[in-house]
Design a protein around this ligand. Sequence first.
Ligand code: SF4
Length: 319
Amino acid sequence: MGTVTDIRIAKRTGFCYGVREAIDMAKEASAAGKATHTLGQVVHNEGVVQDLQALGIRTVETLDDVDHGSAVVIRAHGVRPEVMERAAARGLEVIDGTCTWVIQEQRELAKLVEEGYTIVLLGTPKHPEVVGLLGFSPDAVVVDEEDDWDRIPRRKKMALISQSTQPPWKFEKLAAFMVGRSHELKIINTVCPVTIRRQEDTLEAAREVDLMVVVGGRSSANTKELTRLCGIAGTAAIQIESVRDLDDPGPFADRRIIGVTGGTSTPIEDLHAVAQRILEIAGTPAAQARAAQLADAAFAVAATPAGRTTSLPTQSTAL
Ligand code: SF4
């Protein structure tokens, strides 16, 4: 028999504003009757991509797949400047969904290049945001894990900058490491505040529960970081991609209160489905019988505007 009686959701979850706005822009363009495409998946979430498809919004991998005169939405991660130029040259309507925070990173990088710094970029090398950033600073040295840092050269004038979703502790550690590699070190802290708040809220939730469930892309740096933080709070955690990964009640055995959190690309609806499913497979008989209501109640106290799936006024923001 199941033992789970309660679910707690980390305070600010769901899409970050960057992802939410890019999705909204695509929906608005399509609603205005434009043949709308997103360059790459606007977010790596099957449900969202299917929703957009149902609205006639196509995901394309290259601009060559977009017909002249059609609209193409640039996702929150941003792109290299050449991509924007190419889209304009092909006569496409570019709808720039690049997150304002990422635009700031791009500007800072361009400035550092102009000022002659040797740039170190903390980020996941093939992540689309990093690929886009390198368009503004092709010679930047991209590093990720600590065992990679020995590749950082010693130069007189160096600068450090970060992909938006990197953990703040790693950025600080790398900054300290780089002090010994340079005479002048300029540090531009571009770790996104949404990422930081998400981590704080996850830590807070983890301290109050018996087990945490972290929902998000398996290879996503920010999802992995959330799982690691749960460990720091002394709470066991399992990481899943979606509700489909939840069919084994085993991890919930003898646990009473379960916490749920998610990465910045995980829609709040997915977290709700996960909360409900946990209660269904591992709840006490009373909790199983009221799984949907208990999941609703958990969201009613947790979800803030930052957790909404959309900013569009025409859609319901409540679950
Ligand atoms: S994590 Fe931050 S920087 Fe990245 S898209 Fe979201 S809001 Fe923008």
